[in-house]
Design a protein around this ligand. Structure first.
Ligand code: CA
Length: 276
């Protein structure tokens, strides 16, 4: 209980970061979202009033998540077991799930796999298990993101917003322009510019950048990037991804030693950064 209380207090202490993180995220320019609707409207449509299913057996953390999410105008459903979570998922069609892996009746990992058979809704794992292997397993099973307890509430809310926005626009076509920061990727002409200057990418570099941009803000495992870029026949050649990321950084990053865009998630994979 002592550990739980201290985790709870630590989470509470960083509540103030939520609003500043929210502001930063609004600077994001993702034209595939904005071509059809103004960015501000998308944000409101995708997140305000969204129904979030919290599957967590720890009462203080569950209560805290509930209050935090309600404070951000989300609607909240609570489940304390995997079975109850799956039932509410089927019954109420939530917009996203926040999932604890250590549940009393069943492992959360198995639950992610079941949910992925039925839906692509965002699943964000919050778990006390901080091992890289656990994170990779959850992400490979289909989780959108992973936070280790105790986590910053600002970080959780930011990841949730990114996941909801991505999910609201999951059926975007293979056309148009993707733009983040100085990077502009034109899918019609297959050209990439950085700060207005043309950059030549190999087919694998182009494909990898496309996968990263389409999943901007989300952590992708080495394995996911490998399969998405090289094809489903690949699974273990993760050094291909590392080499290709290094080449992309050389061509895109203002300072390769401190990457602004392609962040390393140590031992897990990469995340295309959309915050400042
Ligand atoms: Ca638990």
């Amino acid at each position: 209980m002592g550990v739980v209380t201290s985790a709870f207090l630590r989470i509470t202490c960083i509540l103030a970061f939520a609003l500043s993180t929210r502001k930063r995220l609004h600077h994001l320019r993702l034209p595939w979202l904005t071509n059809r609707r103004p960015a501000g409207v998308i944000t409101m449509m995708a997140t305000s009033g969204a129904l979030i299913l919290v599957i967590e057996d720890d009462p203080p953390i569950r209560r805290f998540l509930h209050l935090t999410l309600e404070g951000q105008n989300y609607r909240v459903l609570e489940a304390t077991t995997a079975a109850e979570g799956l039932r509410l998922f089927g019954q109420d069609s939530p917009d996203a799930i926040i999932l604890d892996l250590g549940l009393p009746d069943r492992d959360g990992l198995a639950l992610i796999k079941d949910i992925r058979q039925l839906s692509q809704l965002p699943v964000i794992v919050v778990s006390a298990r901080g091992q890289e292997r656990e994170k990779i397993d959850a992400l490979d099973a289909g989780a959108d993101d992973y936070l280790t307890k105790p986590f910053g509430v600002g970080e959780l809310l930011a990841r949730l917003r990114v996941a909801l926005r991505r999910s609201a626009d999951i059926h975007r076509p293979d056309r148009g322009v993707l733009e983040v920061g100085d990077i502009n990727m034109n899918l019609d002409t297959r050209t990439v510019t950085v700060a207005g200057k043309n950059v030549h990418l190999t087919p694998h570099e182009y494909r990898l950048l496309l996968v990263l941009l389409r999943n901007a803000g989300k952590v992708l495992t080495h394995r996911q990037l490998l399969k998405e870029t090289w094809g489903t026949g690949y699974g273990f050649e993760t050094h291909y991804v590392r080499v290709c990321v290094n080449q992309l950084r050389r061509k895109l990053e203002p300072d390769q030693s401190q990457p602004k865009y392609i962040h390393t998630e140590t031992g897990i994979g990469y995340r295309f950064n959309i915050e400042e």
